[in-house]
Ligand binder design. Structure first.
Ligand code: UDP
Ligand code: MG
Length: 324
């Protein structure tokens, strides 16, 4: 049986992309229905992540006026403020009702042709289908190098992620129910979804350039997502810090013994530089260690508060408009 489909898209200041996005997703849903790949019902869920431009007004208008064939609905969710990409996406996923749910970016960088292949993989038995970039040719060399290094670090500390997969993926209703059982606020969805298990498949695609507007992921946001990825899945950095401390302590002990010996042997050391140097080195290492502890402690603090992962301000749906 072909599944019903929800397409979930987080949108943050995407007024330049929204018109085209709605048109293309509507057309995609119509095509999938026509081909019999999906059944009866398709829904486009647009989550406004506290945009300051006309994004929400455009979503409302789309829900009220966009007319696609019967069975295709547009739903808008307005979050109370900017919660960040991961939580905006989660808000959309949590409201999904279909049997197959595909998440993608608002800037149409994710190739829509891959969606039908994802659905085929789902119908072939996969509960989760990861969209994987065929190449990183369209990236800057800085992004390519840092991405490769990051995947290596994640693998090194035992975090299982699918390389070159961001948040373009299909999840079955069953996989999504499993994700719902994870109330954590320290969110790194691509790692979390991978950790669910279930049978999975990958679909490769070519990542296009943004259709309009600029990236909503400045370097600082990227770094913070990267740290989230490590701290939400591994405590190994804490162990590394312990080891570094231990090794330095051992080294210092040897150094002190050598200094005492040298004094006894009468080799006087006029060691001002070495003392100052080691103070700075140890100070640096200690601060770094405290920083790592702090990262984890901060996350424990946030998790124990059990604050909601996102807050919804308002919702619109196109089928409600039709009724009224
Ligand atoms: N996004 C969001 N909230 C944010 C930042 C980004 O919902 O705080 C959305 C954005 O609208 C887009 C997706 O997340 O749909 C990915 O962002 P972007 O395309 O700017 O990232 P890039 O592709 O440059 O890494
Ligand atoms: Mg993008």
């Amino acid at each position: 049986m072909p599944p019903t489909l929800d397409l979930v898209v987080p949108c943050f200041n995407e007024e330049a992309c929204l018109g085209r996005l709605v048109d293309r997703l509507g057309a995609l849903s119509e095509k999938l229905l026509r081909e019999g790949r999906i059944a009866g019902h398709a829904r486009v869920v647009l989550v406004d992540d506290g945009s300051s431009d006309a994004t929400w007004e455009m979503i409302e208008t789309a829900a009220q006026t966009a007319r696609f064939q019967d069975g295709i609905e547009i739903k808008g969710i307005k979050l109370s403020r900017n919660h960040g990409h991961q939580r905006a996406l989660l808000a959309g996923l949590m409201s999904a009702e279909a049997e197959a749910i595909v998440s993608l970016d608002a800037d149409l960088q994710d190739d829509l042709c891959a969606v039908s292949r994802m659905i085929d993989a789902y119908r072939g038995g996969a509960e989760i289908v990861f969209g994987v970039r065929a190449s990183r040719a369209s990236d800057t060399s800085f992004k390519r190098i840092t991405a490769r290094a990051y995947y290596r670090i994640l693998n090194g500390i035992g975090v299982d992620v699918v390389a070159d997969h961001a948040d373009f993926r299909l999840m079955s209703r069953k996989a999504l129910a499993a994700l719902r059982a994870h109330p954590e606020v320290n969110l790194f969805l691509r790692g979390l979804v991978r950790s669910l298990g279930f049978s999975s498949a990958t679909v490769t695609y070519d990542r296009a350039k943004r259709v309009a507007g600029t990236t909503k992921y400045p370097l600082a946001a990227m770094v913070s997502l990267a740290i989230e990825g490590i701290t939400s899945f591994s405590t190994r950095p804490l162990r590394y810090v312990t080891w570094i401390g231990f090794m330095i302590a051992l080294f210092s002990l040897g150094y002190i013994l050598w200094a005492v010996l040298a004094r006894l042997l009468g080799i006087t050391v006029s060691g001002w530089a070495s003392i100052v140097g080691s103070i700075y080195l140890l100070g640096g290492v200690q601060l770094f260690a405290l920083g790592v502890f702090g990262e984890y402690l901060g996350r424990i603090y946030l998790e124990t508060k059990r604050r909601p992962q996102f807050l919804i301000d308002h919702e619109v749906r196109s089928d409600e408009d039709k009724e009224t």
